[in-house]
Design a protein around this ligand. Structure first.
Ligand code: GAR
Length: 193
């Protein structure tokens, strides 16, 4: 059996996408892969408890405890290198990735965003889409570069929604995310053998 492909998941909050990725690795929907590191910028985030419960190494940190982003990102990059991480999956990591991490993992960081990019970039995509009155919502997976939610698009999935209920559309978005993210990771690993 070939060595397992090594993923890191970065998340700031609830961690439902982490759960979906982790489950997909366990069940083989993402074949021959494992989450070897969870990184979180919120020590009390639910995702941290999930990682601990699953016995996955966790790097949790408080950005304010460091003089600057370059400082904590060099610690993250070093840890990812130590863990031989092949692909970093941002999953609700609500922080802009800076040059230190980008240079260390260029072309190996992907993100999930709850809109059909390039529409509705930033931290409140679903709210923005609802305010704009769109009738087709969606999810984008893209490479991370220096731009805000602007890196090359890898995959997108749309769904119709005509209502005006933020909770409902958020839950529909999550349903799509939990399928599309594992599917896309599996394809990327398959392509980059
Ligand atoms: C997800 O919907 C993800 O698309 C979004 O945060 C949520 C995290 O949920 N990311 C962004 O808005 C990035 N700009 P989760 O913690 O349950 O996975």
């Amino acid at each position: 059996m070939a060595e397992k492909r090594r993923l890191a998941v970065f998340a700031s909050g609830y961690g439902s996408n982490f759960e979906a990725i982790q489950k997909a690795c366990e069940e083989g929907t993402i074949p021959n892969a494992e989450v070897v590191l969870v990184v979180s910028d919120h020590r009390d985030a639910r995702v941290c408890s999930l990682a601990k419960d699953a016995g996955i190494p966790l790097l949790d940190f408080c950005p304010k405890e460091y003089p600057n982003k370059a400082h904590y990102e060099s610690i993250i990059a070093e840890r990812c290198e130590e863990e031989k991480v092949e692909l970093i999956c941002l999953a609700g990591y609500m922080r802009i990735v800076g040059p230190t991490l980008l240079e260390a993992f260029r072309g190996r960081i992907i993100n999930i965003h709850p809109s059909l990019l390039p529409s509705f970039k930033g931290a409140h995509a679903i709210e923005q889409a609802l305010s704009a009155g769109v009738k087709v919502f969606g999810v984008t997976i893209h490479y991370v570069d220096e731009t805000l939610d602007g890196g090359k698009i890898i995959a997108q999935r749309a769904f119709p929604y005509e209502g005006n209920d933020i909770e409902e559309v958020t839950s529909l978005t999550h349903e799509v995310e939990h399928i599309l993210y594992p599917e896309t990771i599996a394809k990327l690993l398959q392509t980059n053998k």
